[in-house]
Design a protein around this ligand. Structure first.
Ligand code: BGC
Length: 770
């Protein structure tokens, strides 16, 4: 009853002619939107909250007016569409939108997380570059290409912190560290949107995802429950979202998981208390695809109830569920929600359209001439090669690398001559067949291509049916009766015999193995994260030839590599490298480029160590990372606590020597500044880039804190024999954390300030905060 009276009161207040108040600070925009909304019926407003994909993606050539989603659009029941990047189709859809009663233009979204038609390495790979200006330029390049094909809204950056390599979507994010994740989030947002509030026609809206905590899915199983406390999320997970909001990200996408028993898409604490009230976010929030209707399966109500709850919690747009468009009017009539709730969401979406400039020019992004000229250019491909060179982590090298260009090389493995697999996950607009294969890259680099032999060597998996299912999984989603052709026709044994014979004739083997693109990404969790079985059998057969082996590892997640670490001569982790994969990999293999990337995720020794992350807490029974098993300590019987390769780790063809850490003073007043300085000497004979990392540890705090927390990094070029002085400018602001009461504080006392080439091998100085 109370609720009903409240609704009437609100309704009366609104009859005064004013729709939901705006605090945008832009009087002209407010006037325009007030005027527009005063002409809109409730149904019209709800229509703006509806978002759908359109079948066909890049392949659709024409709009089909029998399509259910297009019918909704023509009825004025659509605020935006996504999943299409054919500028002519998008123009047609925009024409239809403009012919509806209010003529409100559509926004057009697309999944673009590591480039559009020019594909860059997968995001996890790009994070290992630790190169913020370069990542900003990646986003800028993708924005130019996206806007040239009609897109004004990219579903990127994906900034979910992930500590569990079983989760396939670890590939889409930036690893396990919230500080680095925050810096990367900012770089992407600024790259896509530009540095000011105005969008030119080459700048697009970002959609930061997946809000929030999606990367903490229990046991790494996709879409699973998240079970974390508020203090832990504030210290370990939220920073990237917060930083993205602070630099003005235009929109956020709510995630599939629940937090504290409430699905994220109707979680007011996440969507309103934190995102808007704490981080100052001013844009709109769209649900992930079908996330609203999935709340029904979460068990918190039917579609009408979950739609009402989502709207009131702070969700503005419903992707694919038809929950808002299908039930909000009924909820309004029944007094379950108010018109102010609807107005608030509608206003946010109209504001986004206004800021994009679509009311002035609905065709601003729909210029077919640009699509022909500005996409997949020689220049953007050259940049993709340069980016990829900085995203390969050298995990092991006993001296076999760099390779000689006149060596006889056997290039083997199912990823060696596989163009389409180079694109990696979420690369729906890639020119997959035009990706440079590893074999091609090597042939282009050597003195005589006849010295390079090739053999496929193995299937991806021993289970050929599973391999087919993975390859054609997406088609199966839309066509349940689809029967995929068998992926393999040549028997495994034949492939392996051919590879071994070619290896015997060579000086060195380059084994290109690992995960294909469908083995990571969405809905691709793995309980066993080793190199797939068939390929390990190949590696073992190659090992038996006695020839040196360089393992070129394609993967979207950290893998367990104990046997490979012991038995391979070198391991170059290339992740999925994108359009220019083969060239960039050859650049590193032959030493034309010195590898410099460093891991942003810990590589476990065993899946049983997961979740595994460098910034863990101590226990009451701490145990040395490499110490062997001791009863009643916090450790394992069968594996040491340390990862195989720690966060921040990566080798170079040269070596770097670090000095001790010098602080500007041993004491600092709370609120004051200080510096930490090291010298780094390139002690080898090749020029190189080094990523110098700074960590802190609060020795005593009122609640427990991690053993190490990254608070700074610098990527520097150091010539062979040269010594560089690296200074970090810090303040006690950098020592803060969220205490038990969730206040962000620096607690006086001793702090260890650590600097080193990775999270394990650091040098320490002691700082006292007074
Ligand atoms: C994914 C999102 C993506 C959306 C739209 C969902 O399944 O979780 O990351 O942006 O689909 O394609």
């Amino acid at each position: 009853m109370k609720k009903f009276l409240y609704t009437i009161a609100m309704g009366a207040a609104l009859l005064g002619g004013c729709t939901s108040a705006s605090n945008s600070g832009d009087a002209e925009m407010d006037r325009f939107i007030n005027d527009l909304m005063s002409k809109m019926s409730v149904e019209d407003k709800i229509g703006q909250l509806n978002l759908h994909s359109y079948a066909g993606f890049r392949s659709a050539e024409k709009v089909n007016t029998d399509d259910e989603n297009v019918k909704q659009l023509m009825a004025g029941q659509m605020g935006g569409m996504y999943g299409i990047s054919n500028v002519n189709v998008l123009r047609e859809l925009q024409d239809l939108a403009l012919q509806t009663k209010n003529g409100i233009p559509l926004i057009f979204g697309l999944d673009i997380i590591h480039g559009h038609e020019t594909v860059f390495p997968i995001p996890l790979a790009m994070s290992t570059s630790w190169n913020m200006p370069m990542l900003e330029k990646v986003a800028r390049t993708a924005a130019v290409e996206a806007s040239a094909t009609g897109i004004n809204w990219v579903y990127s950056p994906m900034v979910d912190i992930a500590r569990d390599a079983r989760w396939g979507r670890i590939a889409e994010g930036n690893g396990e560290d919230p500080y680095l994740g925050g810096e990367i989030a900012k770089a992407y947002v600024l790259g896509y949107q530009g540095h000011d509030a105005v969008y030119d026609s080459t700048e697009v809206m970002t959609c930061v995802k997946h809000y929030a905590l999606y990367g903490a899915a229990e046991a790494g199983r996709d879409y699973n429950t998240v079970n974390l406390g508020r203090q832990e999320i504030m210290n370990g997970f939220m920073r990237p979202y917060a930083e993205a909001a602070k630099v003005g990200a235009a929109s956020f996408m709510s995630s599939f998981n629940e937090f504290e028993g409430i699905p994220a898409s109707s979680n007011k604490y996440l969507l309103t208390d934190l995102l808007r009230d704490t981080y100052g976010f001013k844009g709109f929030v769209v649900s992930d695809a079908t996330a609203v209707i999935e709340e029904v399966a979460h068990g918190i109500g039917d579609l009408q109830e979950v739609s009402a709850r989502s709207l009131q919690a702070g969700l503005d747009m419903d992707m694919n569920s038809d929950g808002f468009v299908g039930t909000l009017k009924k909820s309004l009539d029944e007094g379950r929600i108010t018109e102010a709730d609807i107005d608030k969401a509608c206003r946010r979406i109209l504001e986004a359209k206004y800021k994009l400039g679509l009311f002035q020019d609905p065709y601003k992004y729909l210029n077919p001439d640009r699509a022909a000229k500005e996409v997949f250019t020689a220049e953007s491909r050259a940049f993709a090669r340069q980016v990829a060179q900085e995203c390969q982590v050298l995990l092991k090298n006993n001296g076999v690398l760099p390779l000689k260009k006149n060596a006889r090389i056997a290039v083997v493995g199912p990823l060696a001559d596989n163009a389409s697999e180079m694109s990696g996950t979420w690369s729906m607009s890639s020119h997959a067949d035009e990706n440079v294969t590893i074999l091609q890259g090597i042939k282009d680099a050597v003195s005589n291509p006849n010295n390079v032999s090739y053999a496929e060597g193995s299937w991806f998996l021993n289970d050929a049916q599973l391999e087919s299912d993975l390859k054609y999984g997406l088609i199966g989603l839309f066509m349940p009766d689809f029967k995929p052709a068998p992926v393999h026709t040549t028997p495994k044994a034949t492939l392996m015999a051919e590879a071994v014979a070619k290896a015997r004739q060579a000086d060195v083997i380059v084994a290109c193995v690992g995960e294909n693109a469908m083995m990571n990404g969405e809905g691709a969790s793995r309980a066993d994260i080793s190199i797939p079985d068939a390929q390990v059998e190949l590696l073992k057969a190659l090992k038996a030839t006695g020839k040196p082996i360089v393992l070129v590892l394609n993967t979207g997640r950290p893998l367990t590599l104990n046997w490979e670490d012991e038995n391979m001569d070198a391991i170059l982790n290339t992740w999925s490298q994108g359009s220019e994969a083969g060239h960039a990999i050859a650049d590193v293999l032959f030493g034309d480029v010195n590898p410099s990337a460093k891991l942003t995720t810990s590589f476990p020794r065993a899946v049983g160590q997961l979740p595994l992350y460098y910034n863990h807490k101590n226990t009451g029974r701490p145990h040395g990372d490499y110490e062997k098993y001791v009863k009643f300590r916090s450790n394992y019987i069968d594996v040491v606590n340390a990862p195989l390769y720690p966060f921040g780790y990566g080798l170079s063809y040269t070596t770097f020597e670090y000095s001790d850490v010098q602080l500007s003073a041993a004491e600092v007043a709370n609120g004051g500044n200080f510096t930490a300085t090291v010298t780094v000497k390139n002690t080898g004979n090749m020029d190189g880039k080094e990523i110098v990392q700074l960590y802190i540890h609060d020795v005593v705090s009122t609640s427990t804190r991690p053993v190490k927390e990254l608070r700074g990094f610098q990527k520097v070029d150091i010539k062979a024999g040269e010594t560089k002085t690296i200074t970090f400018e810090l303040s006690t602001e950098d020592l803060k954390y969220y205490n038990h009461e969730l206040q962000y504080v620096c607690e006086p006392g001793d702090f260890e300030i650590m600097v080193g080439p990775n999270s394990r091998d650091v040098k320490t100085a002691l700082l006292t905060v007074k």
